[in-house]
Design a protein around this ligand. Structure first.
Ligand SMILES: Nc1nc2c(c(=O)[nH]1)N[C@H]1C(S)=C(S)[C@@H](COP(=O)(O)O)O[C@H]1N2
Ligand SMILES: [Mo]
Length: 512
């Protein structure tokens, strides 16, 4: 065989093996949709990578891709998979059956990882095994065609290669069809979303009014209550957990006098409270958008814990999600007079599925990673010296009180502003502490006091504005908040890890 024809055969083997892998992956997705949606080979590998990833990698992913970090991860896995598949193709042609061995090994790795997932069931390894076996089988058959003909006359070369390429096309189509089929079959997701749509929430016994002056209505400043569709989403779940209220339970256990198990019907029968609270992610950079404010409906966690009677030695509640995520919340924050909720409603509707349907926690004053467990299923009353939450074991601080912060929203960074009278505006927050003022500095001028809008409560962000007579040229705007306790927001810059970013938000605008 000439080196050129060998190269062409290698190329055909690469194409065939990649096609076989696409076919296997599609079949694996279909198998997962049928037996267990969270056991999709991609979700399993991705979930495993998310859990194993060091803190800096999470930071980097959020930095680079924002809330699109999961899509980026899946694309990354797919690219890696196709590279390995290509290598397996060459191996299979030159050293059969080693290519098939590699593909089967990929399936076995997926199967092993699937069994380590928090939500693993007995059938979880199946989709990955199906994917690996199908990829190996098809790759073996296709590459064998290439190998078989290579002993015949060189004129047959092109014919066999072309037939392998055509069959590869068929394999890719079949894989795509299986993947499309998997979406149609995944009834679990549709079922829970139908249950959610049909739900009627109980009415609250008490509500938090939103004062008329809370929303300044300035163009470019977000609404004081963030619509659920615009609310940032951060979690480790590649496949959004589908939890049916009919089977949902909350077990309160650990260092308690009385273990409590709550069902959905029990929960909705309890007196409900509607509060407004701002939720912010510890990964939010200065000036970042991983923050939102919503009206939450639910039962005070205090009322639930009161029934279980935590023992006096307990100082932490480790809340568990159905997907294995955990958060460590100081027991005190759940039993003091703040509105820490076991929430079922967001802005007047059942929680959106990706925001924790049917039940999540919302605790004013603490970053989400230590308090806002979505799809919550267990409250384990324990101690900080006995257990730790998901992000604490990855290097983040065990307690996460929200730091004093402020952000400039108007004018936007890099915006072109017309000279003359305009306005600088933004938001400021230190949830559960409250904000008493915001100061703005234009270029190197003096710090000027902005006007604060009416606050909903100390648990929410507050809007602020300052009139500005803008002169033409480039200007740097800075803001800093003053807390309700009189503390001024620090100028010291700190990265989000391990306990939240600090520093002043700064924008440069050019005035024409
Ligand atoms: N089950 C689960 N709950 C979770 C998380 C998670 O990864 N899994 N992430 C937490 C983090 S880090 C934040 S900031 C908030 C974000 O809530 P949201 O997605 O509704 O905005 O959810 C918290 N609850
Ligand atoms: Mo977060």
């Amino acid at each position: 065989m000439t080196p050129a024809s060998s190269r062409r055969r290698d190329l055909a083997a690469i194409v065939a093996s990649i096609a076989a892998t696409v076919f296997g992956a599609g079949l694996g997705e279909l198998a997962a949709a049928i037996v267990s949606p969270t056991a999709s080979p991609f979700a399993v590998i991705g979930g495993g990578m998310i859990d194993l990833a060091p803190a800096w990698a999470k930071d980097l992913a959020i930095d680079l891709f924002g809330t699109g970090d999961k899509a980026a991860l899946l694309v990354g896995i797919a690219v890696l998979l196709l590279i390995v598949a290509g290598v397996a193709g060459v191996l299979e042609r030159r050293k059969a059956p080693w290519g098939r061995v590699v593909l089967i090994a990929l399936g076995v790795i997926g199967a092993i990882v699937s069994m380590t997932r928090a939500d693993a069931g007995t059938l979880s390894p199946l989709p990955s095994l199906v994917a690996g076996a199908a990829a190996a089988l098809v790759a073996g058959l296709l590459v064998a065609r290439l190998r078989r003909r290579s002993t015949k006359a060189p004129t047959d070369d092109g014919v066999s290669r072309r037939s392998v390429l055509a069959l590869s096309g068929v394999a890719v189509m079949a894989g795509a069809l299986a993947a499309v089929g998997s979406v149609a079959v995944s009834g679990g997701a549709r079922a829970v979303s139908a249950v959610r749509s049909a739900l009627r929430l109980p009415s609250p016994a008490t509500t938090t009014p939103v004062p008329a002056g809370a929303d300044l209505g300035i163009d470019g400043l977000g609404p004081i209550i963030t619509p659920a569709s615009d609310f940032y989403r951060i979690d480790t779940a590649l496949v959004v957990p589908q939890v049916d209220p009919a089977t949902w339970t909350l077990r309160v256990h650990g260092m308690v006098e009385q273990e409590v198990v709550l069902r959905w019907d029990d929960l909705v029968a309890l007196p409900q409270k509607e509060t407004v609270a701002t939720l912010v992610c510890v990964s939010n950079e200065v000036g970042g958008s991983l923050i939102g404010t919503a009206r939450w409906l639910g039962v005070p966690l205090r009322d639930i814990l009161e029934r279980a009677k935590p023992t006096t030695e307990a100082d932490m509640v480790l809340s568990h999600s159905v997907d294995g995520f955990t958060a460590s919340t100081p027991l005190e924050a759940l039993t003091d007079d703040r509105n820490a909720l076991l929430a079922i409603g967001m802005n007047g509707e059942p929680l959106p599925i990706e925001h924790g349907f049917p039940v999540r926690m919302v605790v004013p004053g603490l970053y989400g990673y230590v308090s806002a467990t979505k799809w919550v299923s267990e409250l384990e009353v324990t101690r900080y010296d006995r257990a730790e939450g998901y992000w604490t074991s990855r290097g983040w601080s065990e307690r996460g009180p929200v730091k004093l912060q402020s952000r400039i929203d108007v004018p936007r960074s890099g915006a072109r502003v017309g000279a003359g009278d305009t306005v600088i505006a933004g938001v400021a927050w230190q949830t559960h502490v409250g904000v008493s003022g915001v100061e703005v500095q234009i270029d190197d001028g003096p710090w000027q006091a902005a006007t604060l809008a009416s606050a909903i409560s100390a648990d929410t962000w507050v809007q602020w504005s300052l009139p500005w007579n803008a002169t033409s040229g480039s200007h740097t705007l800075r803001c800093r908040a003053v807390s309700a306790t009189g503390e001024t927001q620090t100028a010291d810059t700190a990265a989000p890890a391990p306990d939240g970013a600090t520093g002043w938000d700064q924008r440069t605008v050019s005035v024409a």
